[in-house]
Design a protein around this ligand. Sequence first.
Ligand code: C5P
Length: 227
Amino acid sequence: MSDCIALVPAAGHGSRFGAATPKQYLPLAGRPLLAHTLDVLCRNAAISRVAVVISPGDEWFDSFEWPQPKLEVLRVGGPSRAESVAGGLAALAADADDWVLVHDAARCCLSDGALQRLIDSLRDDAVGGLLAQPVADTVKRVNPQGRVAATVPRDGLWLAQTPQMFRAGLLADALRDAANPAITDEASAIELLGHAPRLVEGEAQNFKVTWPQDLALASAILAARKG
Ligand code: C5P
């Protein structure tokens, strides 16, 4: 059976978050946020390796303890998320048939159940796919004056989450031009090759910590699970 390898891009600076420390290292329930993200990946029995991609100039990673088993550190982050993933993928030296699950460092509340559902749903898939959620709210397009230009029909619209799970060989092909700004996640790169990734139902709790107020929500979710 092919291996499942988790690849966690964590080379961003979290500019929207606005803190001096990149958000993946901010304290959350007594540990760096990234440690919670790595926990769920490390304890999944189907995942044999968990590789985190940090920036070559990262000044924070080595100041923490990372007790997670299976963990590998790849100091090959690039200027964009896609370039960090491409660099990590090259450094992994995985077999072309291995499954790679790319998961945002900042999605620290992924549940064991959603992760397992993704793996079980895609193990035999020809292309691979991603966790995602149907859009629940009414969607507005805004004009430059901050007024509604249009209401966008939400039928068939889903929000992409991570992990995004593809074979290492296909993903490496798709990310050959990782600097292409049209590549905003792994699935978009696979789509540019003409494939149609499968959507697997994700969960609202698997949100990406983006704004300072998101930390309190993440903390409450983690505490409720421990409870
Ligand atoms: O900035 P954003 O939250 O969209 O980033 C998503 C993920 O990609 C984060 O885990 C971030 O650390 C990572 N990233 C990266 N290299 C970059 C930019 C973002 O690994 N150059």
